[in-house]
Design a protein around this ligand. Structure first.
Ligand code: COI
Length: 358
């Protein structure tokens, strides 16, 4: 779908993008946003690009009460060649629809979702930063907009896309983060919403994350909600570890997000001929490996976090330092390979990056 397909109302008061060196995560937004409405009986209609700005919502709008909301997160990168590349846009569009399914939100045309993102990035392309480690974060979102206080799926929705230039998600940047294994709190359970990218999962993570922050940890490693034993995910990223020569990540069990960076990392590791297992992994196995020295490295994967080394794991009052608190060899190799695809500085054997001119 061509950029000209969507009507554009230009922002009459465009802002000056901030200097790349000042960027953190999620605080600055560009001049335009993409909107499209859904109404029962009419389907998705009125796709358009308009100036970025606030919405007016009736206080009884159902998303504000029952959380029928989904989103996704992807990035556009400006390479040293000046080209802007979007990483795995079609896969993110497909995932938005999977999230929609969990939340009883009507399916979107994935080609329109991808085209909306590409068109919006095209309009605001001068906002894509170029400093290494920076990118343009893209947030497609769907909210339920019907005005009612009964609990049932909304009859109307708003799909919107906003963009913002970002730096590293964690203040640590590529330096290892410290993670606390949550013994009490639960993010999601099988049969619930854990596999959807929905506001509820992030709301559920706040209390445990605050408790972890107070103890000096950056993030929480969530265990499964039934046994409190098996690793699920970190909430802001999927988790992977290397015990001996086996790379392990929790299998997609219905309670964790099917990360696109997770999938990218697994495909690269398999390309490299490494032993990769997607399986249940108990925290007892991880702690035993940390104690006997076979836990070689641990890292998280996510769009915002990219590939983020874990330097310390806290569990049952004990701190387990991993790889001397330094980034591991495999973590660095994965980081370099994925970033190389994103900025166009390395090979892209799977065709994951698509320039916006294509
Ligand atoms: C992402 O990685 O894109 C996410 O949505 C995670 C969020 C914590 C920023």
């Amino acid at each position: 779908m061509a950029l000209s397909k969507f009507p554009i109302t230009k922002n009459a008061n465009p802002k000056q993008p901030p200097a790349d060196e000042t960027l953190s995560f999620g605080k600055v937004f560009t001049d335009h946003m993409f909107l499209m409405n859904y109404d029962a009986g009419q389907g998705w209609h009125d796709p358009r690009i308009v100036p970025y700005g606030p919405f007016t919502l009736d206080p009884a709008t159902c998303v504000l009460h029952y959380g029928q909301a989904i989103f996704d997160g992807l990035k556009a990168f400006r390479g040293p060649d000046g080209q802007i590349r979007i990483f795995r846009g079609a896969d993110h569009s497909a995932r938005l629809n999977r999230s929609a399914g969990y939340l009883c939100i009507p399916q979107l045309d994935p080609e329109v979702v991808e085209a909306s993102i590409r068109a919006l990035v095209g309009v605001d392309q001068h906002w894509v930063p170029s400093l290494a480690g920076t990118s343009l974060y893209i947030r497609p979102t769907v909210i339920a907009t019907e005005t009612f206080l009964g609990v049932h799926p909304s009859a109307s929705y708003l799909y919107y896309v906003i963009l913002g230039p970002v730096g590293a998600y964690y203040p640590e940047g590529i330096n290892p983060v410290r993670i606390l294994v949550s013994e009490q709190h639960v993010r999601a359970v099988k049969g619930g919403l854990g596999a959807a990218k929905t506001a509820a999962n992030y709301a559920a993570s706040l209390y445990g994350a605050e408790a972890a922050n107070k103890q000096g940890y950056t993030q929480v490693l969530w265990l499964d909600g039934v046994h409190h034993r098996y690793l699920d995910e970190v909430g802001t990223m999927n988790i992977m570890l290397r015990i001996g020569d086996e790379v392990i990540t929790p299998a997609l069990n219905g309670a964790i997000l099917a990360g696109i960076t997770r999938d990218s990392a697994l495909r690269l590791l398999r390309d490299w001929g490494l032993r990769v297992s997607e399986r249940e992994i108990g925290i007892d196995e991880v702690i035993a490996a940390a104690k006997d020295g076979t836990l070689k490295e641990m890292w998280g994967t996510g769009t915002a976090a990219v590939v983020s080394p874990v330097g310390e794991l806290g569990y049952q009052g004990q701190r387990h330092v991993i790889n001397g608190g330094r980034i591991g060899e495999m973590t660095q190799r994965l980081y370099d390979a994925i970033v190389g695809v994103q900025y166009g500085t390395g090979p892209d054997p799977h065709g994951w990056a698509r320039t916006i001119g294509d």
